[in-house]
Design a protein around this ligand. Structure first.
Ligand code: ATP
Length: 295
């Protein structure tokens, strides 16, 4: 199950907010942003700090209400839906993992399914299976969040977000706080999981390499959530819209100098030293794991 998301000319003006591109007018965190996110795809909102990424993401589950415009999920205006049930149907992963500190890992993962009325043993079976899928040893299920590494905590955060089988997964810089090696591992894990599940993922990052690695589509934003360019990683790299895009992607950086190469039917992005930074076309899907089909 996956959902479409549509932003229809959404604008957000926070009370007292002074940043943004129209400082003289009281400033908008998000200024008339429109986009349609196709079901089952990963769309990355890429942009520097304060450009409005989190504000956009939180409009989807009504943690932020737009000042004007609308967000539609599967064609329905989220403003008309009950916020609590909407949030239970929408997975959300934050940079800090956001686990409940006094609950064991297993209880963190089963939290939303239990709130939705699922019985304990079914919720537990599904949680353990999700732990397998995310490369978490089942031994960790009885631990408390403070007994996990940063990477493990993020994996638990993703498992928890997936536990209620949501149509949408909102991910706000989920891998920003872990070291680069673990970050790559988590990205690979997410790609693998996504090939099996086909969720609609809205993923925030300010990291170009992460966006190229994960995004079927990338929306590069300027301040006020103004779209600088939108397209696949290949499109952004090969036909950057303007100097801002060139600079943001580091295409003018002689130390970085990204290039594309065909390898094993995938287009991969390499840096100057030949390190693979990410893929640009999805690999052939693996046989789907029947996660959504647990009895
Ligand atoms: N609750 C709030 N009250 C007032 N201003 C806010 C509030 N939340 C965000 N802003 C402002 O709105 C703008 C957009 O913030 P937002 O958090 O959406 O950006 P972001 O792109 O996610 O940034 P970051 O990458 O740093 O998290 C910023 O200028 C921020 O200061």
């Amino acid at each position: 199950m996956s959902s479409t998301i549509e932003f229809r000319s959404v604008t957000k003006r926070y009370p007292g907010h002074r940043g943004g591109r129209r400082a003289g007018e009281g400033a908008l965190a998000v200024d008339s942003f429109s986009a349609r996110v196709a079901a089952g795809t990963t769309t990355v909102l890429l942009g520097s700090s304060g450009c409005g990424k989190t504000t956009l993401l939180r409009m989807v589950n009504r943690m932020v209400e737009p000042s004007s415009g609308a967000v539609l999920v599967d064609g329905d205006d989220v403003a008309a839906s009950d916020a609590v049930s909407l949030r239970r149907r929408t997975g959300y992963v934050m940079q800090s993992a956001g686990l409940l500190p006094h609950r064991r890992v297993i209880d963190n993962i089963t939290l939303v399914p239990r709130l939705n009325g699922q019985d304990r043993s079914r919720a537990r079976d599904r949680a353990l299976e999700l732990m397998d899928v995310l490369g978490l040893s089942r031994d960790l299920s009885e631990r408390y969040p403070h007994q996990l590494s940063g990477g493990q905590a993020q994996r638990v955060g993703v498992a928890r977000a997936l536990a209620a089988d949501p149509g949408i997964l909102l991910m706000d810089e989920p891998f920003g706080a872990v070291d680069p090696l673990v970050r790559r591992e988590l990205q690979q894990e997410l790609l693998r999981v996504q090939r099996g599940l086909g969720k609609t993922i809205l993923f925030i990052t300010h990291d170009v390499d992460e966006a190229l690695a994960l995004g079927d589509e990338i929306i590069l934003l300027r301040q006020g959530a103004q779209v600088a360019q939108r397209g696949s990683g290949t499109e952004l790299l090969t036909t950057p819209a303007d100097d801002f895009v060139v600079r943001f992607l580091g295409l003018d950086d002689t130390d970085r100098r990204l290039r594309l190469e065909e390898r094993a039917e995938q287009r991969v992005v390499l840096d100057e030293a030949g390190r693979v930074l990410g893929r640009l076309e999805p690999a052939a899907p693996e046989p789907s794991r029947p996660l959504g089909a647990l009895p």
